[in-house]
Design a binder for this molecule. Structure first.
Ligand SMILES: Cc1cc2nc3c(=O)[nH]c(=O)nc-3n(C[C@H](O)[C@H](O)[C@H](O)COP(=O)(O)O)c2cc1C
Length: 139
């Protein structure tokens, strides 16, 4: 089974608060651990960007589940590739919340300081997630 990585962007629908996020992360981490999925979820400016790593079958199955979730919409695949190794192997689903600290990272990888994952190429999105992961490790 090939190891793959999928990155998508989406927009939050309706009211979204800490408890919505906790619910997502709790279920996601349980399911991902069973399916051998690792990755990272970032929420900022009412947008999500998420990276899923795992077997082709597990990533597809999980993405299809996520697609049906009405808590977000306008779900767009930004990048999909076969990979040699995981970058988020320590996390069933790492989480990066919206913070002011993201402004320099947004500026580095996009055209402005405002987070908008629809305006980012697949390769830039991947590099941006790696940078956020590195900040997470160093916190
Ligand atoms: C932004 C976002 C990210 C999510 N990420 C995951 C994930 O990584 N893994 C997962 O199993 N579910 C994830 N979910 C939740 C699923 O959409 C779904 O609600 C959950 O898996 C429970 O599905 P079930 O009730 O059919 O078991 C995510 C939902 C949202 C809105």
């Amino acid at each position: 089974m090939y190891l793959t990585r999928l990155i998508y962007a989406s927009s939050v629908t309706g009211i979204f608060n800490e408890s919505s996020l906790e619910d997502i992360l709790k279920k996601a981490r349980l399911h991902n651990a069973k399916q051998g999925i690792t990755g990272m979820l970032c929420f900022s400016n009412n947008y999500f960007i998420q990276c899923l790593e795992g077997s082709r079958e597990s990533v597809n199955e999980t993405y299809n589940k996520i697609l049906k979730d009405t808590r977000h919409s306008n779900i767009v695949i930004i990048d999909y590739s076969e990979i040699c190794s995981r970058e988020f192997s320590s996390w069933d689903m790492a989480y990066v919340p919206a913070t002011k600290n993201m402004e320099p990272i947004n500026l580095k990888f996009t055209t402005s300081t405002e987070f908008n994952p629809y305006n980012i190429s697949g390769s830039a999105a991947f590099l941006m997630l790696l940078e956020l992961r590195n900040n997470l490790i160093s916190v």
